[in-house]
Design a protein around this ligand. Structure first.
Ligand code: PEP
Ligand code: MG
Length: 587
């Protein structure tokens, strides 16, 4: 295993923190790595000289150069697609299909032809045509803006061919290199060897960029959106890339480096369900975004899927997926898990996940606006209904026994009653149409303080609750999950969050429902004992952290864990909780 590690929570105060400098961004993998900076500029050698006199430019010759360059880029993309499909997976390889579409895009071609017609040589024409497209993507904001890096990568491929510039090779970096760049494209990221590199860090970019998706699939520690200050770090400087906290620590102390290395040791994969030393079973499941991630999750020993974020099927496209496409995606995951539980979350767009065909981004504060199940009634009720039809049909297939469905961002009992009525209505219409269907296990995500306060009433109506601590923490603490300036407040170990968790677990159990957690907190092995002590029946996390959390469950004594939870619930401050956890960890 490379020098990467399951992320540790922030500094516990034991280190001489004054020599360290911390840059905050967005973590894209829950992994940490330590290494030395290798500065990389994807645009290096691609600056263009001033264009020649238009009269000296022969349009036909320039268009010929452009077409030949395009042909070579197509060939390179096809080769990289094949390599990525073998090394990473089919889903990731499809990113190169999207790049191929940019290469063949008729609007970009027309723009290049027009610029050549105005007297520009091919490379200047390509640069200008892509500059316009990049500007349009960035102006659209959200996920579309993150695709601008894909456009840049395609532009650079074309320019490299036209300028005969050297092709970047990140596949053979020195061991422990941490790639530091303004931005990375998915093609750059796909070259990284997760066994060798310490990670990567970029000044720009977001969690859902293709480079971020590729990093998660490869298991490379990565933090993006760190700002321009990142680019001032000299080559060879030692850094820790903490993908969980979303931080890059410059000149980390020896203790911190050691902790990261220690946490990165090999942990055995356990394929059987696990229990505490005194016999309490805890289900350890994986979070996935697409069916392509399911086999990898199984390979890490996940007992099932605790959160299938179906919105990834809805992003990056002009139209929502139809009923059959959704049905097939869910059946695919159910078949991979062969009857083990697969919890599918209904569509959770809005907030930080806008989609072009829905007006969810409108409003001053999208996180408090129309997101999650707030979309179920209203103008696009059809989207929710279509998804439910697909899910109820999937539940009736051979592998459908394991299906469970949960609703995101519920705040009130009325909302849940309305959702349950919609499920009944969909079941009735499938019955009428004579289509095989079944109402699966149903659950509610506890992500709002409101739902934690009425957890008992919610749990009485469903089979399970699952706590989304990413949102619950943001709403309990009034601290935006993506704003690094309030990252200290967005920490689920704050006593108010712990008390919301306790109330939720008790309410669920009193109502006879099981209760899980699928926020990032569940994937931190240093918190496993606390969560077992609080009484969680299931923990669901990024697949890479499943082995370490399973190991921690087997080392936990449930009675002792309960005593720890009791002390944590009595704590007044985050520092008290940190001290308790450090004490417990040291024993
Ligand atoms: C959460 O909020 O903790 C959660 C699991 O949902 P998401 O991160 O997709 O909002
Ligand atoms: Mg959430």
């Amino acid at each position: 295993m490379a020098l990467w590690a399951i992320a540790l929570y922030h500094d516990t105060g034991m280190t001489a923190a004054n020599q360290e400098r911390v840059l905050r961004g967005t973590g894209v993998t829950p992994l940490s790595g330590v290494g030395t900076v290798f500065g990389y500029d994807p645009d290096a050698d691609l600056s263009l000289p001033d264009p020649p006199d238009p009269a000296a430019v022969e349009a036909d010759a320039e268009l010929g150069r452009f077409r030949r360059a395009r042909e070579r880029v197509r060939e390179n993309l096809a080769a990289e697609r094949e390599r990525t499909a073998e090394r990473v997976g089919e889903e990731e390889a499809e990113i190169f299909d999207a790049h191929r579409q940019f290469v063949d895009d008729p609007e970009i071609e027309a723009a290049v032809e027009a610029r050549v017609g105005e007297g520009l040589p091919a490379e200047h024409a390509v640069d200008a045509a892509f500059a316009d497209a990049i500007e349009q993507f960035e102006a659209a904001g959200g996920v579309t803006a993150e695709r601008a890096d894909d456009l840049r990568e395609v532009r650079n491929r074309l320019l490299r061919e036209l300028l005969d510039a050297e092709v970047s090779d990140l596949s053979a970096l020195p061991a422990g290199a941490v790639v530091v760049a303004e931005r990375l494209g998915p093609g750059d990221t796909a070259q990284l060897d997760p066994e060798a590199v310490g990670g990567f860090a970029t000044a720009t970019g977001g969690r859902t960029s293709h480079a971020a998706i590729m990093a998660r699939s490869l298991g490379v520690p990565a933090v993006v959106g760190l700002g321009e200050e990142l680019l001032t770090i000299a080559d060879g400087t030692t850094v820790v890339v903490d993908g969980d906290a979303g931080e890059v620590v410059v000149d980390p102390t020896e203790e911190r480096q050691e902790r990261v290395r220690e946490a990165g040791r090999d942990v055995a994969v356990r394929h059987d369900p696990v229990a505490t030393v005194d016999g309490r079973s805890v289900e350890v499941a994986a979070n996935i975004g697409t069916p392509a991630e399911a086999p990898g999750a199984r390979d890490q020993g996940a007992d099932g899927v605790g959160l299938f974020r179906t919105e990834f099927l809805f992003l990056d496209r002009a139209e929502p997926p139809g009923e059959d496409e959704q049905y097939e995606a869910v059946v695919d995951v159910l078949e991979t898990f062969e009857g083990d539980r697969v919890v599918v979350r209904t569509l959770d767009v809005g907030g930080d996940k806008p989609v072009p065909y829905l007006d969810t981004a409108a409003g001053e504060n999208p996180f408090l606006g129309v997101r999650g199940v707030r979309l179920a009634p209203g103008e696009r009720a059809d989207l929710f209904e279509t998804q439910l039809r697909a899910l109820l049909r999937a539940a009736a297939t051979d592998a459908g026994d394991g299906l469970a469905v949960m609703f995101p961002l519920v705040a009130t009992v009325e909302e849940l009653d309305d959702l349950l009525a919609r499920v009944e209505a969909v079941a009735a219409s499938l019955e009428e149409a004579g289509l095989p269907h079944r109402v699966p296990e149903l659950g509610v995500m506890v992500e709002t303080p409101a739902s934690a306060f009425v957890a008992g009433e919610l749990a009485a109506r469903v089979d399970f609750l699952s706590v989304g601590t990413n949102d619950l923490t943001q709403y309990v603490m009034a601290a935006d999950r993506g704003d690094e300036r309030v990252a200290g407040l967005h920490d689920p170990r704050h006593p108010p969050v712990l008390r919301a968790l306790d109330r939720t677990v008790r309410a669920a159990h009193d109502a006879g429902a099981w209760v899980g957690m699928c926020g990032e907190m569940a994937g931190d092995p240093d918190l496993t004992e606390l969560l077992v002590g609080l009484g969680f029946d299931e923990l669901s996390m990024s697949a890479v952290t499943v082995p370490a959390v399973k190991e921690r469950v087997t080392e936990t004594d449930a009675e002792r864990a309960e005593a720890l939870a009791e002390r944590a619930l009595a704590a007044e401050t985050l520092a008290d909780v940190e001290d308790l956890l450090a004490e417990e960890g040291a024993e």
